[in-house]
Design a protein around this ligand. Sequence first.
Ligand SMILES: [Zn+2]
Length: 236
Amino acid sequence: MKALKTLMIAAALIVMAASAASAGRTHEQILQDAQVEMERVCASLIPYMERPGNVTKLEVIDEDEINAFADNEGRVAVYMGMMNFFQSEDELAAVCGHELAHLSREHIKKSMKTGILATVVSAAVGGTAGDIVGNLIYTKDSRKHEREADRNGLYYAWQAGFDPYASVALWEGMSTLRDTMALEKYLSTHPVHEERIENFHVLLYRMCNDGVVTRYCEEITADPRLAQMYHEFESR
Ligand SMILES: [Zn+2]
């Protein structure tokens, strides 16, 4: 019952946010604003990439899906459904970072070589390889790529000045939607939210501990919950 109530509140908040944002503006204006915001946020992360030249296009796709992806031609795309889902610019930066990391680490090229991507595309509805939600066929390589994209993406967003806790907040937000239609396809095959949320907690602590980043670290290393998760993870 509590879960249902939480879901209804989440759904109501999304509807309210969408209608407040759209008051008096045309669909084209809303889409255009989203495109400008997405370009600005993603572009601010690009200087921290290992291979910034791999990015060719930043695009918001005018569809309700809650998803994002990077493709073989250097494009990062975020669906309008996901733009509406974000609670903050920091969450958008978290998604941009993840997709930019796939491009920087050339995961798509590597996946095509090993045949993972062919499986991914054929498994996705409509032929689009959505990434944040629903792309993963859990081979060893794709798991490795996802972890690497989460880690490097967090690094870019963190270095660009965005709040690193947004990755945790984003995935916690996604987990409240787990029973809705938008995620049904994904969750039938990927019970992964808890694991990913835990990984981000561990990453926050580890990146501070290793001296990779400094901003927010005083707060992060003083957080007993993060310290405990990190030490438990390390001792496995
Ligand atoms: Zn990914």
